[in-house]
Design a binder for this molecule. Structure first.
Ligand SMILES: Cc1cc2nc3c(=O)[nH]c(=O)nc-3n(C[C@H](O)[C@H](O)[C@H](O)COP(=O)(O)O)c2cc1C
Ligand SMILES: [Mn+2]
Length: 489
C-alpha cells in the first residue's frame, strides 16, 4: 500500500486497551460474558458475532478452568463506531462514508511517527522469566472445532528486527500454543515476518521475536493492514495514525521494542532446530487449512503482562469475520485511488464485500459515460495492485446501486447482466496456493481465473425509452426511511 493519514483527523483519545474499552462500554457496544469455556464456547460465540452486522465486542471473564481476571476480548473492531474510536474519529459520526474518506485521505498524506522508549510501562506489572513461565495459564481458545490446538495469537503483533538493516517489522501471523513455553508462527514466506525469519534461519541463528497477544486495537490494525511496505515500521505507522508516538519498553532479552501499555507480550526466539506439527486451523476462506507438518517452535523466555491480562482475539473463519469488516475500508480506498490514477472517470463507489472475505469480490459503481467504460473499470479494478490478490469476481454496477448492499448488488447482476454480453473471463491471472477452487495438484502454480460482470445499463441504449426507470431510487428510499423507519425499531 502506501502511506496513511492526516494527524488532525486521527488522534485517538485513549491511552491503552482499557481506556478504549471504557469508551466502548459508554457507547453500549461492550458485552461481558462469564463462565464460557475456551474449548468451544468462545469460538462459537465469536463466529456468531462475526456473522452479524454491527454486533458488540465481547469480553470473556471467569473462563471455565482458568483464573478469574484472565480475560479474552473478541470482535474489537467489528462495528463502525468501534473503528471510529480506534482511529480517533467521532463515533457519533461513524458511517461508511466517514471511514472510507478517512482511508482515502490517509493514502494521500501521512507522516509516520517513530516510537519513543520509556522506562516503564503497565505491561511490566508482571514479568515471568524462564522456568516461571506457563503459557497454559492464558485462556487461548480452540477457535474452530477442527483446529489442531489452542491458538494464543490470532490478533497478534509479531515484532521482529531485520538482521541486515535493523528495521523493526510488526505483523499479524497466527500463533498456535504448543506447550508451556512454546508457540508457533505461521508467517507466509512473502510476508515481512517470513522474510526476516528466513534471513536468520539461513544464517543458522535463532530469530529474536516479541509476540504481543494483548495489543490495543490500533496496534493490531497497524500490524495486519496490508499497507506498510518492507522497511516501513508498523510501530511508526501506528504512531502516525495516533498523532503521537507509541511508547515502548525494551525487551530484556532481545532489546526489541514492546508497546509499553500492552496487555501481554511474549519474548523469545524462533528456534533453528526444534519443530512441531502446526494446524490445522480454520482459515479465512471458511475452510480448514492443514498447516505445517513441521513448523519451527518459538521458545518463550520472558512473559510480560498486566494484572488481569486481556488476550485479544480475531480468529479467521467463514467470511465475514471481524478483520473483513475493518480492512475493507483500506482495500476499497486503494482500488478507488488506483482506478482514478488509471484515468477512469465517474466512479461513484467501490466496495469489497466482507461476505466475500474482501479479497474475493470487488464492486465498482459507475456513472457510465461512454461505451466500454464499465469494461475499463472492471478490468482495472480486477488487476490493479489493490485488487489483484486472491480476487475472483469484479462487478460493475450503475451509480444508483448501493455497493455495500449484497441485496442491491445481486439485484443489479440479475436485472442488468445478460451473460453473453456482460461476462468476461480472464485466464491465468495471479492466484494463491490456498485457493479452494483450484484443483489440489495445480495450486502450486499460484494461478486462477477471474470473472468480470458488467451489470450496468448498456451505454449503447442507456437513454432508450425501454432502458427502464428504477423504482427504488436512492431518493425515494431515503424518504421512506426518514418517515417510516420507526416501524422497524
Ligand atoms: C486476523 C488476521 C490473521 C492473519 N493471519 C496471518 C497468518 O497466519 N499468516 C500470515 O502470513 N499472514 C496473516 N495475516 C495477514 C498479515 O497480517 C498481513 O498480510 C500483514 O500485512 C503482514 O504484515 P507484513 O507485511 O509486515 O508481513 C493475517 C491477517 C489478519 C487480519
Ligand atoms: Mn511490514
Amino acid at each position: 500500500m502506501a502511506k496513511p493519514m492526516p494527524a488532525e483527523a486521527a488522534q485517538p483519545k485513549w491511552r491503552d486497551l482499557r481506556d478504549w474499552l471504557a469508551q466502548i462500554d459508554a457507547l453500549g457496544e461492550l458485552k461481558r460474558v462469564k463462565n464460557a469455556n475456551s474449548e468451544a464456547d468462545i469460538g462459537a460465540i465469536t463466529e456468531m458475532l462475526d456473522h452479524t452486522e454491527e454486533s458488540p465486542c465481547v469480553l470473556f471473564d471467569e473462563i471455565t478452568n482458568f483464573q478469574p481476571g484472565y480475560r479474552v476480548l473478541v470482535n474489537s473492531m467489528g462495528s463502525r463506531k468501534r473503528q471510529a474510536v480506534t482511529l480517533g474519529l467521532d463515533p457519533a459520526a461513524a458511517s461508511h462514508e466517514l471511514l472510507l474518506q478517512f482511508w482515502r485521505e490517509n493514502l494521500k498524506s501521512f507522516t509516520p511517527l517513530p516510537p519513543v522508549t520509556v522506562k516503564r510501562g503497565a505491561v511490566q506489572e508482571n514479568i515471568l522469566r524462564d522456568d516461571e513461565i506457563d503459557l497454559m495459564r492464558f485462556p487461548a481458545p480452540i477457535w474452530h472445532p477442527g483446529d489442531g490446538g489452542r491458538f494464543i495469537g490470532t490478533a497478534s503483533v509479531n515484532i521482529m528486527r531485520d538482521p541486515d538493516t535493523g528495521i523493526i517489522n510488526a505483523g499479524t501471523y497466527r500463533n498456535q500454543l504448543f506447550d508451556k513455553n512454546g508457540i508457533g508462527i505461521r508467517a507466509a514466506p512473502p510476508h515481512h515476518g517470513g522474510i526476516i525469519k528466513e534471513k536468520y534461519m539461513q544464517r543458522g541463528q535463532p530469530c529474536p521475536i516479541v509476540t504481543v497477544v494483548g495489543a490495543d486495537p490500533l496496534m493490531f490494525l497497524a500490524s495486519c493492514v496490508e499497507g506498510p511496505i518492507y522497511g516501513q515500521s508498523e510501530l511508526a505507522w501506528a504512531g502516525g495514525v495516533r498523532g503521537a508516538p507509541i511508547e515502548v519498553i525494551q525487551g530484556e532479552l532481545t532489546g526489541l521494542p514492546i508497546p509499553a501499555h500492552a496487555e501481554i507480550a511474549l519474548e523469545g526466539f524462533i528456534t533453528t532446530d526444534e519443530y512441531a506439527k502446526e494446524g490445522p486451523y480454520g482459515e479465512w476462506m471458511g475452510y480448514y487449512q492443514d498447516g505445517y507438518p513441521k513448523d519451527r517452535v518459538v521458545r518463550i523466555h520472558r512473559v510480560y503482562h498486566r494484572n488481569d491480562p486481556i488476550l485479544l482475539g480475531c480468529p479467521q473463519g467463514k467470511p465475514p469475520h471481524e478483520d473483513n469488516r475493518f480492512l475493507v475500508y483500506l482495500r476499497a480506498a486503494m482500488i478507488w485511488d488506483q482506478l482514478e490514477k488509471a484515468g477512469v472517470p465517474g466512479i461513484a463507489g467501490v466496495w469489497c464485500p466482507p461476505e466475500a472475505g474482501n479479497r474475493l469480490m470487488t464492486v465498482v459503481a459507475l456513472k457510465t459515460q461512454y461505451l466500454g467504460h464499465a469494461k475499463q473499470a472492471g478490468l482495472i479494478a480486477s488487476q490493479c495492485g489493490g485488487g489483484i490478490d486472491m480476487n475472483r469476481l469484479t462487478v460493475v454496477v450503475d451509480d444508483h446501486v448501493d455497493v455495500t448492499s449484497i441485496q442491491d448488488v445481486v439485484w443489479a447482476i440479475v436485472a442488468r447482466c445478460d451473460p453473453e454480453r456482460g461476462v468476461e473471463i480472464l485466464k491465468e491471472t495471479k492466484g494463491s496456493r490456498i485457493d479452494m477452487a483450484i484443483a489440489p495438484d495445480r495450486r502450486e502454480l499460484n494461478a486462477n481465473s477471474r470473472m468480470i460482470i458488467d451489470a450496468t445499463t448498456p451505454f449503447a441504449w442507456k437513454h432508450h425509452p425501454l432502458a427502464g426507470d428504477i423504482i427504488s431510487t436512492p431518493e425515494r428510499t431515503r424518504k421512506i426511511y426518514e418517515r417510516w423507519d420507526w416501524i422497524l425499531k
